[in-house]
Design a protein. Structure first.
Length: 316
């Protein structure tokens, strides 16, 4: 399409600004207000996935939530005992997050910046960098994104990503079965969408156009490894917390699964990774729909190429 990053960013910011009042009305904020122990379903799911890697959960940890939107998940992490910093590029979303935090009596730091510039804008470093549901599809440059994640983490700290599976996003959501309708592999160009509704609640989005970037699993993993993270776990799930397609069924609770033959497509993925000691150079080259999870930590690299200033064949 020949659309540059600056245009894509401006289009997507207008869309997310327009979503804020709809999401404030539809995100179930009263549940957070009425019950001091209530956590968002997203955070309940993610804390369970993080359990094997964080013996005491997030209590007492410094946590940076990238692309935090209106802060419901950020503040749920705060309720779980974390010291939280929420990062987003939408001023209206952060204003809503700050109002919610004040009403709940929870401490949080809010930083308005592009996630691709997070390290320069956010003070301090963190025990956990957290990213969950509907994030990287909005980013053109995953190398730069991964470099921000690495730079925000303390050595040995944890990064958690849960997002939509790229194989799911390649499906035609309106087809009767498993039909590939969109690009799976990235080529640097975004896909254009015009949707007047949003994924939750009623009402019309006044800026309905979005530009989203396909990212294959290989691209995600390679970017994280090259930035200096060691991937400790990778999972692919078969449920989603929203209705991607009319083909989805609700087997239990509020989780949705593709029905019948379409169950062969994994709706989400999760990554967990740890950070290694800061690597010199390779800051990244420049500046999605959900269903994958991952966790990783930064680990020291024992191979000779890194110590001698060369390139590690495993981490880049």
């Amino acid at each position: 399409m020949g659309i540059g990053w600056d245009e894509a960013r401006a289009v997507n910011l207008a869309n997310w600004e327009a979503r804020v009042p709809l999401h404030v009305a539809a995100y179930g904020l009263d549940a957070l207000r009425d019950d001091p122990s209530h956590l968002s379903q997203v955070v309940r799911t993610d804390l369970a996935a993080l359990g094997p890697f964080l013996a005491d959960g997030v209590a007492g940890l410094d946590v940076c939530h990238l692309q935090c939107h209106i802060g419901t998940d950020t503040l749920s992490l705060a309720r779980a005992g974390a010291r939280v910093t929420g990062v987003d590029f939408s001023p209206s979303a952060l204003a809503a997050a700050a109002d919610l935090a004040e009403g709940l009596g929870l401490a949080a730091t809010w930083v308005q910046t592009d996630v691709l510039d997070a390290r320069a804008a956010v003070k301090g470093d963190f025990d956990l960098v957290y990213t969950s549901i509907g994030t990287i599809t909005w980013l053109a440059d995953l190398d730069r994104w991964a470099a921000q994640v690495h730079a925000l983490l303390r050595p040995g700290a944890l990064f958690y990503l849960r997002d939509g599976h790229p194989a799911l996003y390649a499906l035609d959501e309106s087809a009767d079965g498993l039909v590939t309708g969109y690009r799976y592999f990235p080529n640097g160009e975004p896909l254009e969408w015009v949707e007047e509704s949003t994924y939750v609640g009623d009402g019309v989005v006044s800026s309905p156009r979005t530009l989203e970037y396909p990212h294959s699993l290989a691209e995600v993993m390679t970017a994280l490894l090259a930035a200096g993270l060691a991937i400790e776990a990778f999972d692919e799930g078969d449920t989603l917390p929203w209705r991607f397609s009319p083909l989805m069924e609700e087997p239990s609770g509020r989780r949705l699964r593709l029905s019948g033959a379409t169950a062969r497509a994994n709706p989400h993925h999760v990554h967990r990774g740890r950070a290694s000691p800061r690597l010199s150079g390779r800051p990244g080259r420049g500046a999605s729909r959900p269903a994958s999870t991952g966790i990783g930590r930064l680990q020291p690299c024992a191979c000779g190429p890194i110590r001698s200033g060369g390139r590690c064949p495993w981490t880049g």
